[in-house]
Write a protein that binds this ligand. Structure first.
Ligand SMILES: Cc1ncc(COP(=O)(O)O)c(C=O)c1O
Length: 410
């Protein structure tokens, strides 16, 4: 057992109204942050303010509300640009989320640059959102997909990666952090090696944006996608960053609305970046609330977020390792706040249901990584995933809950 959480964590936790409730008669312990994080009051207020004070369509309105909404939405883009240290706002596209960002690149980059026989390099630990869009474009363009295998400890087989990379590789697309295992992939090495073969690299940063300080220029990454809802913002909004050299050449993803410059019955010319990839009325409120989530993360501070999560992760890793017959899947040295585990002779789903009865929210199943689970011949795992508001006391509750569940199930 540990002493009470620090003052700073207590204050952070107080900003999340949803965390103050009881579930099934017990104070809620929320450990499903890799699926979606909870939202602080400031993000909830940003949403309420937008709809109570200046709801309007943006960019072309001639009135006060439209102007306010446009300013706030474009401010949020600038915040996102600074959040990832992009070169310019113009390279920061609002999307629905990571999935849409990856689909956009797969289709637009794919249709512009991929040719028959080209190779796409993915990882066997990828989220389905970073597999299926590539399978679709590979079929359309008659390209081949190669997969970097995953080693027993949940890291990428980097020897295999270097062997798989070749002159035909046009795109390398992989997760910065694995949602199923927490592995932080060696993305710097992957980007550098891929560039020596002229391949573009997309990083799925859905799990990295809530935990790591991202610097797209330092990484020299070609594309980077993430979702607002996993980093304290709302659902239905995300960011796609792309290098200018690609975005200017790429065909638009969808047509209509803000992405046009001029439309005639003969054809259309396209708007400049970033609007070229933003067809239709966007999620204006979501964009503004994502800006508030970025403010929240900046106020808490990246250093603090990482330190806090790493401490709880280390504590949790040790505590879970002491549970008999429990095996942690994903033992990479470089890891973010994910504790994925299986318990001998117990289905992960049963653990999840019993923990829920004790007010503890975790996720069970394949975590949208079916090929990884197939390779390991397991139906799935139980996964506890951390955010900055999680404490060692939450881990104590988890461990106590697992012990109780084991007694009931064995
Ligand atoms: C690594 C990873 N990639 C992609 C996604 C898809 O994100 P979204 O559903 O927000 O588009 C997720 C969501 O769980 C994820 O964890």
């Amino acid at each position: 057992m540990v002493k009470a959480a620090s003052n700073k964590i207590t204050k952070i936790k107080q900003q999340f109204p949803i965390l103050q409730q009881e579930v099934n008669g017990k104070p809620l312990v929320y450990l499903d942050n890799a699926a979606t994080s909870q939202k602080p009051q400031s993000v909830i207020d940003a949403i309420t303010n937008y709809y109570t004070k200046y709801n309007s369509n943006i960019h072309r309105g001639a009135h006060y509300l439209a102007e306010q909404a446009t300013i706030e939405y474009e401010n949020a883009r600038t915040k996102a640009k600074e959040f990832i240290n992009a070169e310019s706002d113009m390279l920061v596209n609002f999307t629905k989320g990571t999935t849409e960002g990856i689909n956009l690149v797969a289709q637009s980059f794919g249709n512009t640059f991929l040719e028959e026989g080209d190779e796409i390099l993915l990882s066997a630990m990828a989220h389905h959102s970073n597999l299926v869009p590539w399978q679709i474009i590979a079929e359309q363009k008659k390209c081949n997909i190669k997969y970097i295998p995953v080693l027993e400890d949940g890291t990428l087989d980097m020897d295999a990666f270097h062997l798989l990379l070749n002159k035909k590789t046009k795109v390398v697309s992989l997760g910065y952090i694995s949602n199923a295992l927490g592995t932080i992939n060696p993305v710097e090495e992957i980007i550098e090696a891929s560039h020596t073969f002229g391949a573009a690299v997309l990083l799925d940063a859905a799990q990295a944006a809530p935990h790591l300080k991202i610097d797209v220029q330092k990484l020299d990454v070609d594309f980077l996608a993430f979702s607002g809802h996993k980093m304290y913002g709302p659902t239905g909004i995300g960011i796609l960053y792309g290098k200018e050299k690609w975005l200017t050449e790429m065909q638009p993803y969808q047509g209509g609305g803000e992405m046009i410059k001029e439309v005639t019955l003969k054809g259309t010319t396209y708007n400049e970046l970033p609007f070229k990839f933003e067809a239709g009325t966007p999620n204006i409120c979501g964009g503004i609330a994502l800006g508030a989530a970025i403010d929240f993360m900046n106020e808490v501070g990246h250093d603090f977020i990482q330190k806090q999560e790493n401490e709880v992760l280390a504590y949790g890793t040790e505590a879970l390792s002491n549970i008999k017959n429990l095996h942690i899947k994903g033992q990479a040295k470089n890891k973010a706040g994910v504790l994925s585990f299986i318990i001998k002779d117990i289905h992960p789903y049963d653990i999840g249901v019993l923990l829920d009865k004790m007010g503890i929210a975790i996720r069970t199943g394949h975590h949208c990584c079916q090929p990884l689970m197939d390779a390991w011949e397991i139906p799935g795992t139980a996964r506890a995933s951390l955010a900055v508001y999680n404490t060692k006391e939450d881990i104590d509750r988890l461990v106590e809950g697992i012990e109780k569940a084991k007694i009931m199930l064995q």
